[in-house]
Design a binder for this molecule. Structure first.
Ligand SMILES: NC(=O)C1=CN([C@@H]2O[C@H](COP(=O)(O)OP(=O)(O)OC[C@H]3O[C@@H](n4cnc5c(N)ncnc54)[C@H](O)[C@@H]3O)[C@@H](O)[C@H]2O)C=CC1
Ligand SMILES: CC(C)CC(=O)C(=O)O
Ligand SMILES: [Mg+2]
Length: 366
């Protein structure tokens, strides 16, 4: 298979973690005899510095001609005082909207070797395997008017029935492939958009009698996510609730640095990015955990290219490195040796090479 991938490193730790993920992607390409042609583009703060806009036309063009997008993260204190159209985050919202990447899949899985990194009790987190399905191109981050006057500020939360229907359908389809349960999270006791959301879920569930459905208010969901996370399978929710709940879910895994995501269009085209931001506090110091971005590449291989074996190889390698007791600073306990971003990535590469040797030996005997 030959694929073209647009890589948009962005700001802060974005370039460090995307470099790590591209390294792993190329190792997978060599091992499974695929060619991944990687081309780089600008987005976010560094694009503002270079092109005076957070999402230049050149970047849209590059992504249009590619089979998938890998993104680091955007933003940072340098641009925090910029007017809103010149904020790096606008570039991220714009690319999601431009490519209609409405379905943001954010898996949260408790890996045995990371249980000690979570501040939550082991018995609470040990069997967690949930998927947050976040609507990504509607809601409060996109509604108009969104403006400031001297005496007031406006943001608008709008959802059309169609926008809710397609994300809810996606959640039901995913639940069918998983444990068969959908928890729809809203604020139905207050918001009109949530009342419509709940009605759509009730309507759609008739087509999925094999899927269990529950509704949960977002404040209660925030509490249950850290007290009883094993009760969740697929969590479907609107843009901002999904944004907040997925960062909260990182408490389960012990760090934001291990949570990947896929943002997918109806035809399977997708952008893959870690759920974390640019981590300005550690940027440029080789301290970033690249696992979330490496696992985002694994999601790309599975969801955009249908390469399940290649996806599994990356996930196994990442887990094996944790099992062997290798951690970056965010996950290490005081007695662990702390690895840098590059050292940890090299451990994943070594693990992939080892898998390859083991496979060759196995085939020689079959
Ligand atoms: N998708 C994106 O591009 C996102 C961008 N942002 C932007 O990033 C900037 C910083 O935002 P924050 O609120 O600080 O959130 P953040 O996610 O960048 O960082 C929160 C905390 O998690 C740590 N962290 C995050 N990723 C890590 C990794 N891979 N390895 C180790 N530690 C990691 C950071 O060091 C920090 O202590 C802001 O400008 C924000 O707008 C925030 C979230 C998502
Ligand atoms: C610009 C923000 C909406 C990015 C973010 O926090 C996210 O997508 O998780
Ligand atoms: Mg977020």
């Amino acid at each position: 298979m030959r694929k073209r991938i647009a890589v948009l490193p962005g700001d802060g730790i974005g370039p460090e973690v995307t470099e790590a993920a591209v390294k792993v992607l190329q190792v997978i390409g060599r091992r499974f005899k695929h060619t991944f042609d990687v081309e780089y583009g600008s987005i976010g703060g560094e694009a503002i510095d270079k092109y005076k806009m957070p999402l230049p036309d050149e970047t849209i063009e590059l992504c249009q001609q590619s089979d998938a997008i890998l993104l680091g993260a955007v933003g940072g204190p340098k641009w925090d005082k910029n007017p809103s159209e010149l904020r790096p985050e606008k570039g991220l919202l714009a690319i999601r909207k431009h490519f209609d990447l409405f379905a943001n899949l954010r898996p949260v899985i408790a890996v045995p070797s990371l249980l000690k990194a979570s501040p939550l009790k082991e018995e609470v987190v040990k069997d967690v395997d949930l998927m947050i399905v976040r609507e990504l191109t509607g809601g409060l981050y996109f509604g108009e008017p969104s403006k400031r006057t001297e005496k007031a500020a406006f943001d608008t939360l709008v959802y059309t029935k169609k926008e809710i229907e397609r994300i809810v359908e996606k959640a039901f389809e995913l639940a069918r492939l998983r444990k068969g349960k959908v928890t729809s999270v809203d604020k139905e006791n207050v918001l009109q958009s949530s009342k419509l959301w709940r009605e759509v879920v009730e309507e759609k569930k008739k087509g999925y009698p094999d899927v269990e459905v529950e509704h949960m208010l977002v404040d209660s969901a925030a509490m249950q996510l850290v007290t009883n996370p094993c009760a969740f399978d697929v969590v479907v929710t609107e843009n901002m609730f999904g944004d907040i709940l997925s960062d909260e879910a990182s408490v389960i895994t012990g760090s934001l640095g291990v949570l990947p995501s896929a943002s997918i269009r109806a035809d399977g085209f997708g952008m893959y990015e870690p759920i974390h931001g640019t981590a300005p506090d550690i940027a440029g110091q080789g301290k970033a955990n690249p696992a979330a971005t490496i696992l985002s590449v694994a999601m790309m291989l599975k969801y955009s290219f249908g390469l399940e074996e290649e996806c599994a190889a990356i996930e196994e390698a990442v887990n094996a490195v944790f099992e062997d007791g290798f951690y970056t600073a965010d996950l290490a306990s005081p007695t662990d040796r702390v690895l840098s971003t590059n050292e940890w990535t090299d451990k994943v590469v070594d693990e992939l090479d080892l898998q390859s040797v083991c496979n060759d030996i196995m085939h020689a005997y079959i």
